[in-house]
Design a protein around this ligand. Sequence first.
Ligand code: C5P
Length: 467
Amino acid sequence: MGSLTVRNLPEDVKQRLRMRAAANGRSMEEEVRLLLAEGAAETPAPVKKPAAAKGAEQAAPATHRVLLIIAGGIAAYKSLDLIRRLRERGMAVRVVMTKAAQEFVTPLSAGALAGERVFTDLFDPASEFDVGHIRLARNNDLIVVAPATADLMARMANGHADDLATAVLLATDKPILLAPAMNPRMWGNRATQRNIARLVADGVATVGPNSGEMAESHEAGTGRMAEPLEIVAAAEALLTRTHDKPLAGRRIVITSGPTHEPIDPVRYIANRSSGKQGHAIARAAAAAGARVTLVSGPVELPDPPGVATVHVETAREMLAAVERALPADVGIFAAAVADWSVAQAGAQKLKKDGGGPPQLALVENPDILATIAKLKAKRPRLVIGFAAETEKVIEHAKAKLKRKGSDWIVANDVSAAGGAMGGDNNAVHLIIANGGEVNVESWPTQSKDGVAKALVARIAAALKAAP
Ligand code: C5P
């Protein structure tokens, strides 16, 4: 370990590490140390049989990963049983406990049942690293909060991230299941009802609370946490939904990011593009079961997991990589390809030698979208282009649909007011060629991940309708 130096890494790994470190404002060595520390914390412990299940049948290998967040309520004692029940069904369980939860049950008992350490703090005092709340948030198939207390739900509904549990809940893109548990008066309080309504509107699923006698008092009413087996059933239903693979067996090629057209070894022509939307589509398509080839220009984003990513610089390289990735069922062209390249890029850096600026002769780049849309034999069944417009968005996108010969155009407003450029949200219109007609759907502003998932769902429906 001590002999590992950045210098010894392969050049392409070093390049990606350099970009990642720059994006995070760290040195490359710091980035490596952090990755190693996170990797060690993330390596799932082998799923041991829970102690109580001794003598029972050998547990099957973990099929799903559940992150269980235990908040501070008397019902926390039932969460220990919940860990056992989830594991009995072959799920790997990782546990996060809030500070208040530790007043009711200990991390030691939860850890013994889960078969691995329990996470309690945003920062681990035993090491100089943070515990990697982003990885905790993402490295699972489902997050279950049980018990979900009134306080935790209030903080969640308002987007707080002041402890590990809320930071994970805010950072996740995975389904969330809440099992509320509290005193009936607290449950009935308008503030709690407002918070739960907001969370449900945000897409959070709930199970319970049930009615009956409360553990801590002789009060009866609604507020009892759902029983562990009810929570397991709700978790299984959500996991089945998540693992639906509507694009299983489909091949999709996606372009993303800008292209760089060299002027000389240090200068280039490019369009502004973060690649966030194209990469989000690649992630969503892979999650839906497609075999995805992502042809990416230079971006500061990690390669999406489970996606074959081809890195290119120029438009010509991008076209060649797309052609190599055919045949495919669907082609999605989200890259901001530079329209021109320099006819004769300088082999050496151009000098300011007092003779005035250089005269750059430009040549037109191949139009990748139009080229693929016009293919005869290898044309994907569904060809989707993007249109970044600053005005008359729909009108220009409709014209582009015809000119390029694509089936759909995803049009977005990239005027400064829209904030789509480089940002995390996008407001798009889906322009669909429908025989001689053109249909236009305007989607609400949503995250680029949201747009990606909605687009993937539409693609799956279109392929199913015309197999
Ligand atoms: O012509 P314009 O660049 O506005 O068209 C945008 C659409 O065309 C996008 O889908 C983009 O990826 C694609 N395109 C391309 N090759 C080019 C230029 C644009 O694939 N050279």
